[in-house]
Design a protein around this ligand. Structure first.
Ligand code: MG
Length: 190
């Protein structure tokens, strides 16, 4: 190893003219955490399909204890993962009758409050939804608006990528919908 080597989080290099005083923020001042979430729900006729808090016109909808919003469930798991606080089932058990048919967006609101209580803010969310039909891209902007309001971050910090399962597995055969989400949250320790 090169003599005098320091890991990147120890190195703060600021190139400024002598008379300008720039604030120096080290990574130690900011506590960044990453979280990952995944969810899947089976699909059935005569059920509603709610994704990202948006009601999508569809012949098939999700079978679930709550409203079955896979995207919101994946984001909730990602946020809880980031603050090492378990998973959606631990916070909103399906044995609790209060969670029957519950709007997932309201659960997300509670999780955002939990994060805030712990001193964390959300930096950004990236996600993928896999569904064979209908196409979700026409609804992405509406989902982003809905999530932006609940997550309390700008829409350009939320990314939603709809994909198809290309005929593979239960998702590809149109029998299920799944979602993946990654978040970064941070606590400013200054
Ligand atoms: Mg779920």
């Amino acid at each position: 190893m090169t003599q005098g080597f320091l890991p990147p989080w120890e190195v703060v290099v600021v190139h400024v003219p002598a008379k300008i005083v720039a604030p120096v923020i080290s990574c130690r001042d900011m506590d960044y955490r990453v979280g990952f979430g995944y969810d899947i729900h089976p699909l059935k006729e005569k059920r509603s399909l709610i994704v990202g808090g948006v009601d999508i016109p569809s012949e098939l909808g999700t079978i679930a204890h709550s409203d079955g919003d896979v995207l919101v469930h994946a984001i909730i798991d990602a946020l809880l993962g980031a603050i090492a606080s378990g998973n959606i089932g631990m916070h909103f058990p399906d044995t609790d009758p209060q969670n029957r048919g519950r709007e997932s967006i309201s659960m997300l609101r509670e999780v955002v409050l939990l994060l805030e209580k712990e001193g964390f803010r959300i930096n950004n969310v990236d996600s993928t939804i896999v569904l064979e039909s209908p196409r979700l891209s026409p609804y992405v902007e509406k989902m982003k608006q809905r999530l932006s309001e609940v997550l309390k971050i700008e829409g350009d910090r939320i990314n939603i990528k709809p994909k198809r399962g290309e005929g593979l597995g239960d998702v590809g055969r149109g029998k299920a919908i799944e979602a993946y989400a990654v978040v970064i949250v941070y606590k400013d320790n200054r």
